[in-house]
Design a protein around this ligand. Structure first.
Ligand code: SF4
Length: 373
């Protein structure tokens, strides 16, 4: 599915994982004892929003690790969402999966529940790298999961990969890419390993257990990835995202980049509508407590000023292949001169009244908007 719909998207956060990966700073917990409570609380949150969003045309079940839910819980979850909200019949319905959870039975179940897109957390197809990342699966398990999803009839499978591991050189990374490409995935997300404060990897780096790649090496890998995948026909439509065809660009994630409204449910989930952003408490216990006591689980909100909103639009535009309409720069002093300089340095190009970032531009996408302020 590929369209420019302004209909909102729905995100549901499943806050459970089999184990905690040392680089991850998403909110998730490993004990599953609260799963029943979380499900009950989610039902409560669904009813809070029941009539506030007329129809969604994307559903993204992420986390955490949604695929670790047992078949009964998964069925109640998806059925509960479809029962609680109007989801358009041609909606993109994505489920994040980890390879070790994918069995032929579950793959068939996903499809029967209306899931039509899988985002598979492969991260690497090298067992040593998977060991370093402390993933729960091996390369061959990931390959089996991919084959299994394809056999179940999924034509829209996205593979998530991480590059820029300590000591990784281009040929190691390209080997993982090559093995992934053998499955002709509809979509690839390639994220550079980032060491976020407070994660076990941050501590290990500080203790000298490993040395992260130099910034320049990471940049070289990014540009190599862009070229490698472009040469194989993939569309580099966002800094970290590549689609085999336009129709496989992630419709849900594009809403985030286009500032289309979305509703996020579950602990730590973020929402955006009518120029306002709000977010839920992170902790599963607090989330459940709020709902069970009849209170909203929203922890905070912000309304962006006109200036903040336009800075954000620029920032998001520079992260996507679609870029920005030139008219957005009309009233900005020096804009013409700055854009000409960016074109000369190969960071953007001009096409049909739009400013389009190049892969080199993607590398500095976050700093480009500030040039106009
Ligand atoms: S499985 Fe995914 S969400 Fe869970 S800890 Fe690992 S990276 Fe984070």
């Amino acid at each position: 599915m590929m369209n420019n719909s302004q209909l909102p998207g729905l995100y549901v956060h499943v806050p459970f994982c089999g184990s905690k990966c040392p680089y991850c700073d998403f909110y998730s917990v490993t004990p599953r004892s609260q799963m029943g409570q979380w499900m009950a609380a989610l039902e409560g949150e669904i009813s809070l929003y029941k009539d506030r969003f007329p129809v969604f045309d994307s559903l993204y079940v992420g986390g955490g690790t949604p695929s670790l839910l047992d078949e009964q819980t998964l069925t109640s979850l998806i059925k509960g969402i479809f029962h609680g909200f109007a989801i358009s019949p041609d909606a993109e319905v994505t489920m994040e999966c980890n390879p070790d959870d994918v069995t032929p039975g579950k793959a068939v179940l996903f499809r029967s529940l209306g899931v039509n897109r899988i985002s598979l957390g492969v991260q690497s197809l090298d067992d040593k790298e998977l060991g370093f990342l402390q993933r729960r699966h091996s390369a061959s398990q990931a390959e089996r999961a991919l084959a299994c999803l394809q056999r179940a009839g999924f034509d829209n499978v996205g593979i998530d990969l991480i590059y820029g591991l300590p000591g990784q050189i281009q040929s190691d990374w390209c080997e993982t890419l090559d093995r992934a490409l053998e499955f002709e995935p509809a979509h690839l997300s390639c994220y550079e390993l980032t060491i976020s404060a407070g994660t076990p990897f941050a501590r290990m780096r500080d203790e000298g257990v490993f040395a992260p790649l130099e910034e320049e090496e990471g940049r070289a890998l990014f540009l190599a990835t862009a070229q490698y995948l472009a040469d194989r026909g993939y569309i580099h439509y966002e800094v970290s995202n590549f689609a085999k065809e336009k129709k496989f660009m992630c419709h849900h994630n594009r809403k985030y980049w286009k500032r289309t409204p979305y509703l996020g449910l579950g602990p730590s989930a973020h929402s955006f509508a009518h120029g306002e952003r709000w977010w839920n408490v992170r902790s599963v216990s607090q989330y459940c407590e709020h709902i069970f006591k009849g209170r909203s689980p929203v922890e905070g909100s912000e309304k962006l000023s006109q200036d903040q909103a336009s800075l954000e639009s620029l920032a998001l535009g520079f992260r996507t292949k679609e870029g920005l309409d030139e008219t957005l720069f009309q009233n900005r002093p020096q804009a013409h001169k700055i854009i000409t300089e960016l074109c000369e340095s190969g960071l953007v190009s001009r096409e049909d009244g739009r400013i389009l970032p190049t892969p080199k531009g993607f590398l500095v996408a976050d700093s480009l908007p500030l040039l106009f302020y």
